[in-house]
Design a binder for this molecule. Structure first.
Ligand code: SF4
Ligand code: SF4
Length: 191
C-alpha cells in the first residue's frame, strides 16, 4: 500500500507540506537547519542532497526536487539523524513518506533501489522471509545487470552468507495477515 496522492495535490504548495507532515508525523516546521542530522548521516557521500535539505525542501513544499533525489531512496533508516536532532525530527520517517509518494507518481530517481524494495517486500509477503540468493538472481535478471558484484557474491557464498536453499516460515498465513492489516490501517488514514 502506498501513500495516495495525485500529482495535482502534491504540486499545490501547501498541499505538499501538509501531506508529508500529516503522513510522517514529524515536526518538520521546528527544523532550524543546524545540520546535526547531516553531520552524522552515513549516506552523506552517496546522495545528491543532504538530510537537512530534505527537511527544508518539504517545509518549502518543493515537491519536484525532493521527490526526485537519491537521498530518499538511499537512506538506510539508521536513525542517527533522529537521535541527534534537537527537535526530535526523524528524517527516516520523512523519507519513508517521500519514497511512497515518489513511487506512486513514478518519479523514483533510484529505479534499481525502488525495484529492489518491491522485490524484497514481495518475497517477505509470499514466504515470510527472504531467500537472498534467489532474490539477487531475480533482481539481476530483471535489471539486466548480470555481472556486477559477482566477486562479492562469490565471497559471500564462500563464507556461507548466501545459501542455495531456504525454507519459508511455517506461518505464511500469519505473515500475509500482517501485510493485510498494515494495508488496512494505511487506508484508514495512517501510512
Ligand atoms: S538536526 Fe533537526 S533541526 Fe537540525 S537540521 Fe537536522 S532536522 Fe533540522
Ligand atoms: S536515517 Fe537516513 S537520513 Fe537519517 S542519518 Fe540515517 S541514513 Fe541519514
Amino acid at each position: 500500500m502506498r501513500v495516495k496522492a495525485t500529482a495535482g495535490e502534491i504540486t499545490t504548495q501547501q498541499g505538499f507540506f501538509n501531506t508529508v507532515r500529516e503522513k510522517c508525523g514529524q515536526p518538520i516546521e521546528l527544523c532550524y537547519q543546524c545540520q546535526k542530522c547531516t553531520a552524522g548521516c552515513p549516506m552523506g557521500e552517496y546522495v545528491d542532497i543532504a538530510p537537512h535539505q530534505v527537511v527544508r525542501m518539504v517545509y518549502l513544499s518543493l515537491a519536484d526536487p525532493v521527490l526526485t533525489n537519491s537521498m530518499i531512496w538511499l537512506c538506510s533508516a539508521c536513525e542517527t539523524c533522529g537521535a541527534r536532532c534537537p527537535n526530535g525530527i526523524r528524517i527516516s520517517e520523512v523519507n519513508d513518506v517521500l519514497r511512497q509518494l515518489s513511487a506512486s507518481l513514478g518519479r523514483e530517481k533510484e529505479k534499481r533501489t525502488a525495484t529492489f524494495h518491491r522485490m524484497f517486500l514481495a518475497d517477505v509477503k509470499s514466504r515470510g522471509r527472504v531467500h537472498e540468493s534467489m532474490l539477487i538472481a531475480r533482481f539481476k535478471l530483471k535489471t539486466g545487470d548480470l555481472f556486477s558484484d559477482l566477486d562479492l557474491g562469490l565471497r559471500l557464498f564462500q563464507k556461507g552468507k548466501l545459501t542455495l536453499f531456504s525454507s519459508a516460515v511455517r506461518d505464511k498465513k500469519g505473515v500475509r495477515e500482517i501485510f493485510r492489516r498494515v494495508e488496512q490501517a494505511r487506508q484508514k488514514g495512517g501510512r
